[in-house]
Design a protein around this ligand. Structure first.
Ligand code: SAH
Length: 215
């Protein structure tokens, strides 16, 4: 398929996401521009602009576009903000944030996915900081972050992520039992403590601690 066809499919995907309630122009603009088909394995490329997750190997998935949009909107970031992603996966979410002008840091625990994401992001010209390690520990060197997005589900909110969040920043994270539905939380850090907002039910792959270290 040529680029014009992909672009048309992208626009239809974004129309659907807008209808589902995501209205932030910068988020929709980024989804219109980032070539999602470049982030999925060749055999799934023709499905790249359907509103569903797709396998990316190693038992992992690229998230459903609507969920990517919803989570990105919930971060409430201004261009230039520093954002941490846990679970680089395909690199698509990181590309969306980079496309919006954010300073992106992303941690992945599977070496092959980390390397593959690095390749595709470089090829497309997105400058993001990728790290191979355990997302439970966040990425302390560059903290605090104006926003943190977690794209795999822990059973409880990892304390390191709360610690590395800037004051007034948002942490967007699915939390819940494995192999079941989780709740997507938008958590704001305020001087009075944490404010929780329930964004609905989601189904993410589990955030699995890396054995034997914090990465
Ligand atoms: N944001 C990704 C989707 C990620 S799927 C995208 O846009 O494609 C969730 C990812 O979290 C998987 O790649 C999985 O390997 C990773 N993951 C799971 N547990 C982790 C951990 N403890 N630390 C870092 N990454 C982890």
């Amino acid at each position: 398929m040529d680029e014009i066809v992909w672009a048309k499919e992208r626009e239809e995907m974004v129309t659907l996401i807008r209808q589902r309630g995501v209205r932030t122009p910068a988020v929709l603009a980024a989804l219109t521009r980032v070539p999602r088909h470049q982030f999925v394995p060749p055999e799934y490329q023709t499905y790249a602009y359907g509103d569903h997750p797709l396998p990316i190997g190693y038992g992992q998935t690229i998230s459903q576009p609507y969920i990517v949009a919803l989570m990105t909107e919930a971060l409430h970031l201004q261009p230039g903000a520093r954002v941490l992603e846990i679970g680089t996966g395909s690199g698509y979410q990181a590309a969306i944030l980079a496309e919006m002008g954010m300073d992106v840091y992303s941690v992945e625990k599977i070496p092959e996915l980390h390397a593959q994401a690095q390749r595709v992001l470089e090829r497309l010209g997105y400058r993001v900081h990728l790290r191979l390690g355990d997302g439970y520990a966040g990425w302390e060197d560059y903290a605090p972050y104006d926003g943190i997005i977690v794209t795999a589900a822990p059973v409880e909110v990892p304390p390191a992520l709360v610690a590395q969040l800037a004051l007034n920043g948002y942490l967007v994270i699915p939390v819940g039992p494995r192999s079941s539905y989780q709740t997507l939380w938008q958590i704001r850090k305020t001087t009075e403590g944490l404010e929780y907002r329930d964004l609905g039910g989601v189904a993410f792959v589990p955030l699995v601690p890396v054995l034997g270290g914090s990465g």
